[in-house]
Design a protein around this ligand. Sequence first.
Ligand code: HEC
Ligand code: HEC
Ligand code: HEC
Ligand code: HEC
Length: 449
Amino acid sequence: MTVDAGALLFKHNTPPAPAQRKQEEIQAKGIVDAYNLMNYDAVGISAYDLAAGLQFFRKIAAQSHFPWLSADIVAKADGRPLFTPQIIVEKQGMKIGIIALTGSRAQTLPADAEAKITDWHEILPQIVAELEDKCDLLILLSSLSDRENKEITRTVPAINLLIQAGTRTANMKPALLNKTLACRTGKQGKYLGELVIKWDKKKIWSQDVKIKLLNQRRNLDRINWQLKRLSAKGDPAEVDKQKPGTLQKYNFLAGKKQALENKIKALKEQAADHEQNSTWKNQFIAMQVSMPDQAEILKIVNETKRRVNAAGKQQARGIKMIKSYAGSRACRSCHKKQYDNWQAGRHGRAYRTLEEKKQQYNLNCIYCHVTGLNRDNAPVALSLNENMRNVGCESCHGPGKQHLLDPSKQKMILRPTSQTCQSCHRDEHDDSFVYKEALSRLSCGAEGR
Ligand code: HEC
Ligand code: HEC
Ligand code: HEC
Ligand code: HEC
């Protein structure tokens, strides 16, 4: 079975900037086209999928060959669900119930008059009660917060497996929250989570026994080691007669050892039943660009990139250059050394890098590969003259037009702060950035003008 808890279509859970909308919608459509080829059984609707509004989402849902589920997006008028709230899928003779919750973080909904998010407390227990008897396994696809998810596992224990939507970078290994197994793959499809389960409705999840056993055995090893050290010179009852502190410690540890041994014995008995219980194992598979892919999906990816770039090019017309910037070439006459260093380095070719990837019109890329922009004013980038392309001098030293007029009075920022660097060196584009280390590799000039 293949499911996705949601947060598939957009990078943000707020509406895309008007200028970016077209490109982001093309990308969302490309993702659905690819998912259509992968036989998904169900996908949950998260706030990130609704970022471009309900109308756009409806269009996308109509083009999807898999069900989008949400039990808590309801019509304002009568409280009835607007999408399929739950489904039952049959796999290998097992009936599997799948429910999805979107959660109140869907900030894009209030503007849409017809829909609202209901409180899961009011609907989930009912749905679960209805499915519980019919199904062998109940799965919740959840875009709720960690806190809410925890509360669900406490108050609706009949849910066996809780898959969280990946809005965070990190994967979350399957772990028991109360009686429910909970897990998450990191955001933006960077990982595929594979979960292999042996499930018997009458039994409970029980991998935790094995883990507990392992932990207690480690504790025992540590205590044994300490005891051995304390008795290295002979029996502490004899040797340490004059040192009551040491003797006390020895006796305390010996007592602890006994208690641990009893605990381990009990856990071992539990673990013996383990083989008959419901178990799981999992792995996360990193999705790499270099991975051999289905030709059909690769075609969709390339076509989507091409369309995103073309849409940006359309938009490039009629946007003005930012006024306070001079462009890197204007600095060359007085700071030749820095200019040459810059041009030879990677900042000096950042735009070319995008051109080589044919992504120089992609508004999701360009603002970090040119000078003086951010995500919000990214469309300006489309009409930057050549002099403002690449990560220019003014990305780090600030706008320079005034400085050109009177260099000794109108000073530039000498040393950019770590925040300046991290406006670009962040997130998935550089998640291992260390300011000091990076500065040391940055050879801007150092030896005068
Ligand atoms: C007409 C020559 C001239 C041009 C063009 C020029 N600078 Fe300067 N720059 C200077 C001089 C002179 C100083 C030293 C000023 C001082 O310390 O009094 C300086 C200093 C600097 C400093 C060091 C500031 C400090 O506090 O030590 C930086 C950084 C700098 N310039 C960046 C730039 C950038 C970026 C550009 C292009 C936008 C640029 N400069 C264009 C002449 C120029
Ligand atoms: C406007 C965005 C932006 C800013 C600001 C920025 N960088 Fe970069 N940086 C980039 C991009 C984009 C690349 C990669 C360019 C390429 O390879 O085409 C890069 C590459 C680098 C590299 C080389 C890559 C590597 O890891 O070997 C170093 C080092 C670096 N930057 C350090 C810094 C430091 C230090 C600062 C702050 C003083 C800084 N950058 C500010 C966008 C930026
Ligand atoms: C938030 C800023 C930011 C955005 C947005 C961004 N980049 Fe970058 N990019 C960087 C930085 C910083 C580096 C340098 C990181 C390093 O190499 O350590 C970089 C490096 C690169 C490199 C060269 C590094 C390599 O792996 O060979 C390529 C290619 C690239 N980016 C393409 C893109 C594309 C395509 C997009 C849009 C999908 C994009 N970037 C969006 C900041 C960004
Ligand atoms: C990625 C950020 C970055 C870029 C891009 C950058 N610089 Fe620098 N620049 C620095 C840092 C960091 C220093 C060192 C500041 C210090 O000494 O603490 C510096 C120092 C300088 C200085 C002071 C003298 C010196 O060499 O230490 C000048 C002048 C200067 N840069 C000019 C330029 C010019 C001109 C360009 C474009 C051709 C440029 N910088 C591009 C980060 C940058």
